[in-house]
Ligand binder design. Structure first.
Ligand code: COD
Ligand code: ZN
Ligand code: ZN
Length: 376
């Protein structure tokens, strides 16, 4: 029996207030309104940004259903939806692509103005949500909300993908993988036979390593204080790995020594610390080097640095979702994954049933997982 046009009752993981675990409850999901899409979630990854909702590090409106890295199937569509239809396999997009705003129209832009990443209002464009619990509104997260069996997103926030893509792997293309891989291929535009330094070898940093390798970099220096990260980084393309804890001098000076004083062509900060942001900048060539900030800076933080660092010619830039235009790039990345141009398996350390979501977050806290994926 078709559920189109009807309210769907399903399980969802709700956070009621900061610093409290998820509770899985039955919610009601209203049908999609015009230009909206209701999606049955098949698998969803746990990203550190979801944990920032739980910890209170990012300000959101409660109660809320987090989750923003998933694969699902379109259950039904609202009036006027043209890019997807019921039955299509899709990835929800935490960074929308409306196609009409200035960043969408600019060939170099990608931070669509329809995004809900700054204020995290947690509502659809009309100011309401499609989620309710016992008649009370439940907020959505980052235009997506994927820790639920069904979600509703705007058409700007969903991309159709290859129907054969395995959900528990392809979901990483919805956030972690693309954020890192895109930073290398799109934001830095790494050229063949160049050198790169990647600061931070978590799931996103490892994806940067894969991007640098795919772009043909001949030297990729992985940098992390946790040496347990080195074997995987090397498997994915790092040519050497170093820990700042093994040296007396600042790590940027170590990178300069390793490159005969030149510095690397490209450096990436994939930790989210201000000290490593300036160290990464100082590690790239003073004239033609490019340094990309991938890690989200701590809120209200400031950086003081010598302007000579950039006066000499360096480029310092940031990267959200790897600089990729989400709706255009995600289906292409899924096709490349299906064509075995890159792997995702090494990033997925745990696959858990949805109701073990709190365990998935414990693994993240203990540093025991790279990515945990929940299967619905
Ligand atoms: N020096 C070297 N390595 C360090 C240091 C240090 N001082 N401190 C920590 N590290 C290492 C850790 O040992 C760890 O291996 C790595 O840095 C960080 O990895 P993870 O596993 O904690 O995190 P990731 O890879 O999943 O994500 C890290 C980001 C910084 C990219 C992430 O938290 C983030 O800020 N994302 C960007 C924001 C964004 O794009 N958001 C959009 C939706 S998510
Ligand atoms: Zn994420
Ligand atoms: Zn836009």
């Amino acid at each position: 029996m078709s559920t189109a046009g009807k309210v769907i009752k399903c399980k969802a993981a709700i956070v009621w207030e900061p610093k409290k675990p998820f509770s899985i409850v039955e919610i009601e999901v209203a049908p999609p309104k015009a230009h909206e899409v209701r999606i049955k979630i098949l698998a969803t990854g746990i990203c550190r940004t979801d944990d920032h909702v739980l910890s209170g590090a990012i300000k959101v409106n409660f109660p809320i259903i987090p989750g923003h890295e998933a694969v699902g199937v379109v259950e039904s569509v609202g009036e006027g939806v043209t890019s997807v239809k019921p039955g299509d396999k899709v990835i929800p997009l935490f960074l929308p692509q409306c196609g009409k705003c200035s960043p969408c129209k600019n060939p170099e832009g990608n931070l669509c103005e329809k995004n809900d990443l700054g204020e995290f209002k947690g509502v659809m464009y009309d100011g309401t949500t499609r989620f309710s619990y016992k008649g009370k509104l439940v907020h959505n997260f980052a235009s997506t909300s994927t820790f639920t069996e069904y979600t509703v997103v705007h058409e700007d926030s969903v991309a159709k993908i290859d129907s054969a893509a395995p959900p528990e792997k392809a979901c990483l293309i919805g956030c972690g993988f693309s954020t890192g891989y895109g930073a290398a291929i799109r934001s830095a535009k790494v050229r063949p036979d160049t050198s790169c330094a990647v600061f931070g070898l978590g799931g996103v940093g490892l994806s940067v390593v894969m991007g640098c390798k795919a772009a043909g970099a001949s030297r990729i220096i992985g940098i992390d204080i946790n040496k347990d990260k080195f074997p995987m980084a090397k498997e994915l393309g790092a040519t050497e790995c170093i820990s700042p804890l093994d040296f007396q001098k600042p790590i940027n000076e170590v990178v300069l020594d390793m490159t005969d004083g030149d510095g690397v062509d490209y450096s990436f900060e994939v930790i989210g610390r201000t000290d490593t942001m300036t160290a990464a900048l100082a590690s790239c060539n003073m004239n033609y080097g490019t340094s990309v900030v991938v890690g989200a800076p701590p809120s209200a933080s400031q950086i003081t640095f010598s302007p000579t660092l950039i006066f000499t010619g360096r480029t310092w830039k940031g990267s959200v979702f790897g600089g990729l235009k989400s709706k255009d790039a995600v289906p292409k990345l899924v096709s490349e994954f299906m064509a075995k141009k890159f792997v995702l398996d090494p990033l997925i350390t745990h696959v858990l049933p949805f109701d073990q979501i709190n365990h998935g977050f414990e693994l993240l806290h203990k540093g025991e997982s790279i990515r945990s994926v929940l299967k619905m």
